[in-house]
Design a protein around this ligand. Structure first.
Ligand code: FDA
Length: 397
């Protein structure tokens, strides 16, 4: 087998790995990037419904979940959403803001992958696909790697960058390699769990949810002190929609979540007005004037809100409004890594330099992107972290 030498080997040709490879090679170093998949950037390709929500113009460290709320500030502050937008614009990729600062490609997520591949080719990065890491060990001057698969080789290098992502969507190539490498070098890894994932419920609630599957509406969903105001969607398997995905990253087993439907409406006022206007209307029908009808019927039946509005006291209407705007439910779990968009937790930020992403205890070993214990909210924040952390490592190498 050949012995080859590179300055840097990047493990994982996803968003963070490709960004890092571009900047490491632009500085003049020889860079090899490997991936076990047959194509690079598979998660970019499927992201944002095929249009890739590639950044969020409002990105700050507050939009991330991490053991250290300050860790992401350095990279995010030095390579910003504006910097990535400038790159996208230089490549003539048209985009639009969908909502809440979320930028999507007008055409296809493939535009972003092509852009990164072009930048890698221009910088002279070598890309090897269908290539696996069989062995990694520290040497006096750097690292020795044994690669298997199509790119089988023995490699020596000064720097290794781990950009192998998290555990979500295993059938798309997600693996625990990054965490294994951290453990091999005695770096701490915080507990990992699925994030941005639909929540599941017990059979009793599911039976009810099936009746209202497909209903979607705006709500404010809270768990503990965190809340998100976005859409909620009832499905055959439980609850989904952006507000639920967001809160799932904060939800822990046995915690209840609170759903406030119509968070910007004074539901009590609306019900009182409805009672004045049409006292013969049933409670369910009155609720159906302000909520989706199937949801109103479900809530009325589940809570025993029978009778007509004229015979319902204001006190009762206040109690109904309180349920509509403070529905407490107990998820039993989540759909797990099969559908989770991200992995919470990962390589402990205490072990890394926040400016360079280099391990504090193993010089030359870097961790970037989702494998690190920095997880963004839904809305383009996770890609921005991949770009920023990839840039921070690439320019530091
Ligand atoms: P990423 O997972 O992108 O790349 C890791 C690479 O390492 C992969 O190419 C993988 O094949 C490779 N690899 C893994 N194990 C390996 C091994 N053992 N050997 C060799 N190679 C290995 N975020 C966002 O900001 N906006 C969005 O629109 C979306 N949409 C979205 C949709 C869906 C369905 C998912 C699952 C996720 C998103 N995300 C998102 C999240 C986003 O995709 C994610 O945070 C980034 O891709 C993380 O980038 P990384 O480069 O860290 O990992």
């Amino acid at each position: 087998m050949w012995i080859e030498t590179f300055d840097t080997v990047v493990l994982g040709a996803g968003a963070a790995g490709m960004m890092c490879a571009i900047h490491a090679a632009a500085k003049g170093g020889s860079v090899l990037i490997i991936d076990h998949a047959k194509t690079p950037g598979e998660k970019i390709r499927i992201s944002g419904g095929g249009r890739c929500n590639f950044t969020n113009i409002g990105t700050t460290a507050r939009n991330f979940v991490s053991g250290n709320a300050h860790f992401a500030k350095s990279a995010l502050g030095r390579y910003t959403a504006r910097d990535f937008i400038a790159l996208v614009e230089r490549h003539g990729i048209s985009y639009h803001e969908k909502t809440l600062g979320q930028l999507f490609c007008d055409n296809s997520a493939k535009d972003i992958i092509e852009m990164l591949l072009k930048e890698m080719a221009q910088a002279g990065v070598q890309l090897r696909l269908r290539t696996t890491l069989e062995q990694l060990r520290k040497t006096e001057s750097g690292f020795a790697l044994t690669l298997g698969g199509d790119g089988a080789a023995k490699i020596t290098c000064r720097t290794v960058v781990v950009a192998t992502g998290g555990k979500s969507i295993p059938k798309m190539g997600a693996s625990g390699l990054g965490y294994q490498i951290a453990s091999q070098f005695d770096l701490p890894v915080t507990e990992t769990r699925p994030g941005l994932v639909p929540l599941t419920f017990g059979e009793d609630m599911l039976q009810d949810f099936r009746e209202i599957a497909g209903v979607g509406l705006d709500a404010c969903v809270s768990c503990g002190k965190t809340s998100f105001e976005e859409a909620v969607l009832f499905t055959h398997r439980g609850l989904s929609g952006p507000a639920i995905l967001q809160i799932s990253s904060y939800w822990r087993e046995k915690m209840p979540i609170k759903v406030s439907f119509l968070p910007r409406t004074d539901v009590f006022d609306e019900l009182c007005a409805s009672k004045r206007e049409n006292p013969r209307r049933s409670v369910a029908n009155a609720l159906g004037e302000i909520l989706p009808k199937r949801l109103a019927a479900y809530l009325a039946q589940a809570n025993g809100w029978a009778g007509v509005m004229g015979e319902t006291s204001d006190k009762k209407l206040a109690a109904i409004a309180a349920v509509v705007q403070g529905w407490e439910i107990h998820p039993i779990g989540s759909e797990g890594y099969r559908t989770a968009e991200v992995t919470l937790g990962g390589v402990d930020t205490d072990a890394l330099n926040s400016r360079t992403m280099e391990s504090k205890s193993v010089p030359g070993l870097y961790f970037i992107g989702e494998v690190v214990d920095v997880t963004g909210w839904l809305g383009g924040y996770n890609f921005q972290w991949a770009w920023s952390s990839g840039w921070a490592a690439g320019t530091a190498i």
